[in-house]
Write a protein that binds this ligand. Structure first.
Ligand code: ZN
Length: 187
């Protein structure tokens, strides 16, 4: 192939890299992920496009190397995206305040004792025992009326003592990871 055709392929790949970068950035902003990941993806995308196309045109990288380089940058972008997504999902819920009460029995929630947190969209509901959490989920419509709650469908719940999120649909768990992230989140 002519050098011009080869550079066209690189430009198409660069377009793909740009598209992946933009989609990841928009998704991360929408998710409310940490800014550092958004900057990192922006840097990788812009840097990746400039360095591959330029180094190929200047003869620093061969065509094959430039293609590999570009694919690797796309792959790293996706890895950063999934890491940021996972971290966002694993972050512990806000600590209960002095006035936080159990949604079922109205007992005060103590931050240094066991409690459970149900995530419904942007809302966090606190429970003093797992039994009360389950009772709430079983009679959710009654409790919503009783407590006058404007909440979305429950997604997952958090077990404070295990620092663990449990998905209500998949029963998905990840002890070590969520521990790791909760430690990071404090620092
Ligand atoms: Zn309770």
């Amino acid at each position: 192939m002519e050098e011009q055709e080869l550079s066209h392929i690189l430009i198409i790949l660069a377009g793909l890299l740009r598209a992946v970068g933009i989609v990841c950035i928009i998704a991360l902003i929408f998710l409310g992920a940490r800014l550092r990941y958004i900057f990192l993806i922006a840097l990788l995308t812009v840097g990746g496009i400039f360095t591959t196309v330029l180094s190929f045109l200047l003869g620093i990288l061969s065509f094959t190397h430039a293609v590999i380089y570009e694919v690797v940058v796309i792959f790293i972008n996706l890895l950063v995206f999934f890491h940021a997504y996972w971290e966002k999902k694993s972050l512990p819920p806000p600590k209960p305040s002095e006035n936080t009460r159990c949604m079922v029995c109205s007992a005060y929630i103590k931050p240094n004792q066991e409690y459970f947190v149900l995530k419904c969209g942007e809302n966090y509901l606190y429970f003093d025992t797992e039994e009360h959490l389950k009772r709430f989920l079983e009679n959710i419509e009654e409790y919503k009326k009783f407590r006058n709650l404007q909440i979305k469908e429950p997604e997952c719940y958090y077990i404070h003592s295990k620092r663990l999120w449990v998905d209500l649909k998949q029963k998905e768990v990840g002890v070590s990871k969520s521990n790791q992230y909760s430690i990071n989140a404090k620092g």
